[in-house]
Design a protein around this ligand. Structure first.
Ligand code: F0G
Length: 448
């Protein structure tokens, strides 16, 4: 059952097979180069692609566009305080802006930053400071054959060992990312957040939570962690964040908006420093690179994100996509995480070697077969990394209906039928920065 109905609709269309093949060729087998008009179900990302509520649309009208002292900012500040428990807020244009503001303030050259798994932009901001980003995922986080309730957890022992090796004085920040996007969107337990906070304390480091999907994480804590079932989602959401000194937030996820983000913190001095950096890179600290109306929508969205039954339906919808794909015998990571289903393309297309990007081949064929857009998160996106060739199907919030998900599963089944026919891909054109190649590189089928 859905607890909402549509009030505005956006037409989508399924181009015919010839048009899809033509679009794929023109895009150089890279779905980032497709026109979204040529996509029927767009599961490229859950970031900024969701549907706002009528309350959010109404709030846009209230936007106070004053350069300084905007009342929209006051409403955001109240929402962040009520929902997340932080007094100080620095709005930013999106999550990576918050990372720049916070890590630009806390991290220096030669430092080491620990994280359960750094999301790409987090890693890049740490690197941009001349520091090293070290991942501390639990064993099994990358292994499809391992099932667990909280595979997104931070491996505290691993973190402690790294800190001992490099010296605690060189670890200014310990981060945990909830849910753990880079580990198949798996959740992090409250117990683990507490243990990670203790580690940060031991190291005399700041403890930061990347809170992009904090409401989805709270859903899993409520459903899976002992003693949590009878607590409200809002209380759990707040408790998770209560152990952190600061958060970085992309409003494009659990802020339920199309654009926006913020950093929030408790320490007065850190707040002052973060504001200075925000002025340089984002804007005056009461608008942070956003229109007042965007800030209004985010203030409403944050409150909606922890109001039942929104997040339960959201996570269940992702699980439904997982079930439909499993029924179609598509190898996926189970249990499914909060925002996306991850398909193991290496397992689906074992005859395509990693160097020929089985994940990207799957992404291309999901498009050719059903105009479904997904994203590769394996050897193409992360050159040289020791990761499985996963393809992510991220579900935008409050946007698609079951019929769309059925179409995705039918499309995947059709691809599976033809799996032996597919060949690998090779890169024929790529940008200078290897780390960013998946956004713009062009590929061709390898000669048989
Ligand atoms: N942290 C995490 C865990 C993220 O998933 C993202 C974005 C960011 C930070 C950066 O936020 O995009 O607002 O600047 N993830 C998107 C995705 C892009 O598709 O997973 P942003």
């Amino acid at each position: 059952m859905r607890s909402y109905k549509a009030k505005a609709v956006e037409p989508i269309r399924l181009p015919d097979r010839d048009a899809r093949t033509e679009a794929l060729d023109a895009a150089g087998h890279n779905v980032f180069n497709l026109d979204s008009e040529d996509v029927y179900v767009d599961l490229l990302t859950d970031s900024g692609t969701g549907t706002m509520s009528d309350e959010q649309w109404a709030a846009l009208m209230r936007g106070d566009e004053a350069y300084a002292g905007s009342s929209s900012f006051s409403r955001l500040r109240s929402a962040v305080e009520d929902v997340m428990g932080f007094e100080h807020v620095v709005p930013t244009h999106q999550g990576r802006g918050a990372e720049n503001v916070l890590y630009g303030t806390l991290v220096e050259e030669g430092d080491v930053v620990l994280n359960n798994t750094h999301f790409d932009t987090t890693r890049a901001h740490v690197a941009n400071q001349g520091a090293e980003a070290v991942d501390c995922p639990v064993d099994g986080a990358w292994d499809r054959s391992v099932e667990g309730d909280f595979l997104g957890n931070f491996d505290v022992e691993k973190g402690r060992a790294v800190a001992e090796e490099v010296g605690a004085e060189n670890v200014p920040v310990v981060v945990t990312t909830i849910t753990n996007n880079s580990a198949a969107g798996q959740p992090v337990s409250l117990e683990n957040i507490r243990a990670t906070a203790n580690l940060a304390d031991e190291l005399d480091a700041w403890f930061v939570i990347d809170a992009c999907r904090f409401a989805e994480n709270a859903h899993f804590v409520q459903a899976r962690e002992s003693g949590q079932r009878d607590r409200s989602l809002a209380a759990i959401a707040r408790e998770q964040l209560s152990y952190a000194d600061a958060v970085t937030m992309s409003g494009k996820k659990d802020g339920l908006v199309n654009i926006g983000g913020f950093a929030a913190m408790r320490d007065d001095d850190l707040f002052e420093h973060a504001k200075q950096r925000a002025i340089l890179y984002e804007g005056f600290p009461t608008y942070g690179g956003l229109a007042g109306r965007d800030i209004e929508a985010m203030a409403v969205g944050l409150r909606e994100a922890v109001e039942p039954p929104y997040v339960d339906e959201r996570v269940e919808q992702v699980a439904t996509l997982g079930e439909l794909l499993s029924e179609a015998e598509i190898p996926i990571v189970t249990p499914t995480g909060g925002h996306a289903v991850y398909v193991d393309a290496g397992e689906l297309l074992p005859h395509i070697p990693t160097e020929e990007f089985p994940g990207q081949r799957l992404v291309c064929e999901l498009y050719r077969e059903g105009a479904v857009r997904s994203v590769e998160l394996g050897s193409f996106a992360f050159p040289g990394a020791d990761r499985p060739d996963y393809v992510r199907l991220a579900v935008p919030r409050r946007t698609y209906w079951r019929e769309h998900l059925e179409h995705v599963a039918e499309t995947a089944a059709a691809v599976r039928e033809k799996r032996e026919e597919y060949v690998g891909l090779e890169i024929v054109e790529e940008p200078p920065m290897k780390e960013l190649r998946h956004f713009s590189a062009r590929l061709e089928s390898v000669e048989e």
